[in-house]
Write a protein that binds this ligand. Structure first.
Ligand code: 5HY
Length: 243
């Protein structure tokens, strides 16, 4: 099985880290290809970053379709371009936020999210609403760390995330915590050991759900709103998307 794990930002070191975490939990016989768009934001920390990164995600899915990909994972906690990506393929496409929410509600009745910046917390809140998980989530918390601090060992991002997780454990009356950034893919075990609460990490959650869907031959439905986009001409810098 071939799973394309797409990091929607363009920071290669974060893509490699996400790829290692994904391959570590993948079943024998599952090959992970971790990619990021050539063009776009080095980190996604705003609605604007999200909007631009969604085009990059679409380009990566189009490349994946030429390589016989069996499933896709969008490894950014805003699930940027998820529905557009599903329109472009019959394969299952998992967003790490959606995947994490599903698993968190299977192991706890209430969870909190710990993300990077409070300004992107609203994006997680919008997803909780649109996916129907808002009543399961107690709080969307932020460690107030820029996303790229996760690439800088000296930035003590881990300590700030652990501190915020401990506050969630003490104050939110929850049974689990969802990590709110693809760049935290390699931190789940350390945080779990430090906080002592189930930690749901989206990249690994999405890889296992992608394997499950693909092995059950459950792909993206082409009936209704996720049917392939109607062929049309695109102009200017998007001319290459014409069909
Ligand atoms: C992410 N940004 O998962 C989001 C996290 C966030 O570049 N990868 C990013 O802060 O919203």
């Amino acid at each position: 099985m071939l799973i394309r794990v797409i990091n929607p930002n363009t920071t290669r070191s974060m893509t490699e880290k996400i790829g290692i975490s994904a391959q570590r939990v993948a079943a024998p016989g599952t090959r992970i290809v971790a990619t990021n768009p050539d063009s776009g934001p080095v980190s996604i920390e705003s609605h604007f970053d999200e909007a631009i990164s969604a085009v990059g995600v679409a380009d990566e899915v189009r490349k994946g379709e030429r390589e016989g990909t069996d499933a896709y994972v969008i490894a950014c906690f805003g699930d940027p371009g998820l529905l557009a990506a599903r329109e472009l393929t019959r394969a299952p496409v998992l967003g790490i936020a959606e995947a994490a929410f599903h698993l968190a509600t299977m192991i706890s009745t209430r969870f909190s999210i710990v993300t990077t910046l409070s300004r992107t917390g609203i994006i997680a809140e919008h997803l909780l609403q649109s996916y129907g998980f808002a009543h399961h989530c107690r709080r969307v918390r932020a460690a107030e760390i820029p996303v790229l601090d996760l690439e800088d060992d000296g930035a003590c991002a881990l300590n700030r995330i652990v501190d915020e997780c401990r506050r969630a454990k003490d104050e939110d009356n929850i049974g689990a915590i969802v990590l709110g950034c693809g760049g935290m893919a390699d931190l789940a075990d350390e945080i779990r050991d430090a906080v002592g609460l189930p930690i749901v990490e989206g990249v690994t959650a999405a890889v296992k759900l992608a394997e499950t869907l693909a092995s059950l031959k459950l792909g993206t439905s082409k009936f209704g709103d996720l049917a392939f986009p109607p062929p049309k001409r695109f102009t200017g810098r998007f001319e290459h998307l014409s069909s």
